[in-house]
Design a protein around this ligand. Structure first.
Ligand SMILES: [Zn+2]
Length: 472
């Protein structure tokens, strides 16, 4: 059964391709999915590659439950998360003395602890991270990976002597996210800061990377917050500085989640299924034997195993299932988005060659056996670049500059990433959202100078230009 047409029915295509390629499945709980081995392996690869950026950060784990009194300590933060918090109020039949929140994020539980371990300037900077799950009880329609009630993520938390140091850290992390998402997931993003209306509840400044999905909706792919001393004042996180004075620490927090898997599927897939970026693909190369009788099978299998061994530095799978035809296997692995396929039959064995098929361009090439390893290595780069450049041209084609609110509305309706001047007022942004469903996604680094100097909506003096779009 062919898939839905991606361009015409993106939403249906998206859910269908997830199920058919066995990335994930629905569960009995709304907004919570089952991560199947193939989907979970993508997350594991993302984790393992990103951990290489984190040599200066220590891994920790904090409790899933947060006592109500701790969660509500920072008022702005609590207000922001309150509508989505899941509460545990009973143990068996007996009421708990204090309700426990299932963590929507861990700032409060971590900071209530850290206040006990930071005493001196010598304890700083402190940089910790936890890889865990969080729960946010979405009330809107949920969608696997993109709008989930439970998702997997990491949250980094750092503690510094000064505002400037925290600021530098927050920017460093968002630039790492950009680097990672572009260089491993092949998804181009716009990096910058959030408007006052869109920043993280309790943050001084929020930085973000935003990608654009094929339907013209923006997807926030990672955020990093300079929390300044907003939380340390509430949680009494102080240190004695070199001048012997007691001072509040300055903090950051930052994270990305399994949403990235949704972004990979949406951005790169086509009407035949997934296209997984090669650097994080659970299977980078699949080997398919082609034979017509038992004698051929023996020779071909032997060669396949030999090639598998030769390519062991890559993630290789030899599809030795005998109950399926090569044609079936071709379709199956194309649906599941394996970037490179190797076909080995009698001809290949005799001529000491292999046939390579690349998923992204659906093109075949013949390679000599002895050149195979080097070719695969190069091909991984080529496929990555092809995917990235394709997504980048799409993003660029969707960036539209609006000079009037009429034009703004039209561009948003057509599914674009619209650049416009804004006054920076929260009320003004809310009105834009009411009228167009679009929000301010990002004020780009080093590119915020207003175009005309007047707010696109209220015509007051513009503070900056920003990217607006509907979003997931
Ligand atoms: Zn305005």
């Amino acid at each position: 059964m062919p898939l839905q047409n991606k361009k015409e029915n993106l939403s249906e295509w998206y859910e269908e391709v997830i199920m058919k390629s066995q990335i994930a499945d629905y569960s009995p709980v709304k907004g919570c999915i089952v991560y199947l081995p193939y989907g979970y392996a993508i997350w594991e690869n993302i984790k393992n590659e990103f951990k290489k950026y984190l040599e200066d950060v220590q891994e920790v784990y904090f409790p899933l439950f947060i006592p109500k009194s701790i969660l509500e300590k920072e008022a702005e933060h609590f207000k922001g998360f309150k509508p989505e918090v899941a509460w545990v109020t009973k143990a068996g039949d007996s009421e708990l003395e204090e309700p426990l929140a299932v963590r929507p994020t861990s700032e409060t539980i971590i900071y209530s602890y850290v206040s006990k371990i930071i005493h001196s300037w010598r304890d700083l900077p402190l940089k910790i991270i936890q890889w865990c799950n969080v729960v946010r009880m979405e009330t809107k329609a949920t969608k696997p990976f993109l709008r989930a009630r439970e998702f997997l993520w990491h949250e980094g938390h750092t503690f510094h002597k000064s505002f400037e140091e925290a600021e530098e850290e927050a920017r460093k992390r968002i630039l790492q996210y950009k680097d990672f998402v572009e260089n491993f997931l092949a998804i181009p993003v716009i990096v910058g800061r959030k408007s006052e209306a869109e920043k993280f509840a309790g943050a001084h400044t929020t930085y973000t990377i935003e990608a654009l999905m094929p339907d013209g909706k923006a997807l926030q792919c990672g955020t990093s917050h300079n929390l300044a001393d907003n939380f340390s004042k509430v949680f009494e996180i102080k240190f004695q500085d070199k001048d012997e004075k007691h001072k509040y620490v300055f903090q950051t927090s930052w994270g990305f989640s399994t949403r990235l898997i949704g972004a990979i599927i949406m951005v790169h897939g086509d009407d035949l299924g997934l296209i997984i970026p090669p650097k994080i693909a659970p299977i980078q190369v699949v080997i398919i034997p082609i034979y017509y009788n038992e004698d051929e099978k023996n020779v071909v299998f032997k060669k396949c195993l030999e090639m598998k061994e030769k390519l062991k530095k890559f993630r290789v799978h030899f599809d030795d299932r005998e109950e399926y035809t090569p044609g079936y296997k071709f379709n199956d692995w194309e649906l599941r988005g394996v970037p490179i396929r190797i076909e080995i039959g009698k001809k290949e064995v005799e001529e000491k060659i292999v046939t390579i098929f690349r998923r992204d361009l659906r093109k075949r090439e013949i390679v000599k056996e002895e050149e195979l390893e080097r070719r695969i290595e190069k091909l991984i780069e080529e496929i990555h670049n092809e995917l990235f450049n394709k997504a980048k041209s799409f993003l660029e084609s969707k960036i539209k500059i609006a000079k009037s609110f009429e034009e703004f509305k039209k561009f948003i309706e057509e599914g674009n990433f619209v650049v416009a001047d804004h006054c920076g007022k929260i009320e003004c942004e809310e009105k834009i959202k009411e009228e167009t469903k679009a929000t301010c996604r990002v004020i780009e680094f080093n590119n915020e100078e207003p175009l005309t100097g007047r707010c696109i909506y209220c015509n007051e003096k513009a503070k900056y230009k920003a990217y607006f779009a509907k979003s997931y």
